[in-house]
Design a protein around this ligand. Structure first.
Ligand code: ZN
Length: 143
């Protein structure tokens, strides 16, 4: 992405002890999902224990960032000063991520052109030297 999706007046996301490894991977432009080392259940967002088997042990799996729009909405009200409207908030089904979905934005597209099932790919927005946020853009269809 060539420019910031949200204006500088938008507060940046904050990490905690559970999500810090996810944000560290994001800063390296790696999209990861958390995986239970006991039952292999995949979860996103990260959580301190597995919702399936209550085990605390987990590892991180890097995924491709390919997916499709599961559902979306167009936001017509600004959430930060200088916000370009409307913008797209979408739930993205990730292809190789154990069935998890991620809430993000679809960018580099006319918001009115977004549709359910639209193939998308990951694009990183660098908000600062150590903070990158995943966004998604329409994927080129191969003939
Ligand atoms: Zn588990």
């Amino acid at each position: 992405m060539s420019e910031r999706f949200f204006p500088d007046s938008m507060p940046p996301p904050l990490a905690d002890t559970t999500t810090l490894p996810w944000w560290q991977a994001a800063a390296e432009h790696r999209l990861v999902v958390q995986r239970c080392t006991s039952c292999r259940h995949t979860r996103l967002p990260p959580a301190p224990i597995c919702p399936e088997c209550r085990t605390a042990d987990a590892d991180w799996k890097e995924v491709s960032g390919l997916g499709e729009v599961y559902t979306y909405t167009l936001v017509h009200r600004p959430i930060a000063a200088g916000q370009e409207l409307p913008f797209v908030v979408a739930v993205i089904s990730l292809e190789d991520a154990g069935g998890v979905r991620i809430i993000s934005n679809v960018v580099d597209v006319d918001p009115e052109a977004v549709s359910i099932g639209m193939p998308v790919e990951l694009v990183w927005e660098d908000m600062s030297a150590d903070l990158a946020v995943p966004r998604f853009r329409p994927r080129e269809q191969k003939p």
